[in-house]
Write a protein that binds this ligand. Structure first.
Ligand code: T46
Length: 137
């Protein structure tokens, strides 16, 4: 996927009377090898998370329970997305500013990442982010 792009992906899953089982294999169901997994949950009402972009990292967001919204900015266009289904994941490429908000009570999101954690590849200043988008065009 190009820099600054995003797309929703259907997560392969199996539903039967016992519930839902979803599965993702790195480099098969998503175009990157999974090198890190983290999760966000127990978010207090009214809390926002994110407020940054990544220089190299690709991520897949799987909203396992509840819902939240994500504002995305590619430097030119803003999008406001609802994540509310464990079988509809959001794939983000690098160079996308993200803000997560409006978490429902009990919301939980699993994130699959293409790189180990590295604070140096975060862009936490919006002006620096805008400069990076211009450089990437
Ligand atoms: C993202 C959004 C959606 C680690 O030590 N290892 C990790 O893998 C992660 C993700 C975080 N941390 C530490 C770094 C900070 O001291 O956990 C602390 C909180 O992280 P942060 O303020 O970056 O949390 P969010 O929710 O603003 O951002 C996170 C991810 O960092 C980021 O990649 O896209 O979730």
């Amino acid at each position: 996927m190009p820099l600054g792009a995003f797309r929703f992906l259907d997560v392969p899953s199996h539903r039967d009377p016992r519930g839902l089982l979803g599965f993702v294999e790195g480099s098969r169901d998503i175009p990157f090898a999974i090198r890190r997994v983290y999760y966000i949950c127990q978010v207090p009402p009214g809390t926002e998370r994110g407020g940054h972009a990544h220089r190299r990292l690709e991520q897949l967001f799987i909203p396992l329970a509840g819902s939240f919204r994500m504002r995305l900015d590619d430097g030119e266009t803003q999008h406001d997305l609802l994540l509310d289904s464990p079988t509809r994941a959001l794939h983000l490429s690098p160079i996308l500013w993200r803000e997560l908000y409006d978490f429902s009570p009990g919301a939980a999101c699993l994130i699959l990442a293409s790189e180990p954690y590295d604070e140096a590849e975060y862009i936490r200043d919006h002006e620096t982010f805008l400069a990076a988008t211009r450089a990437s065009r």
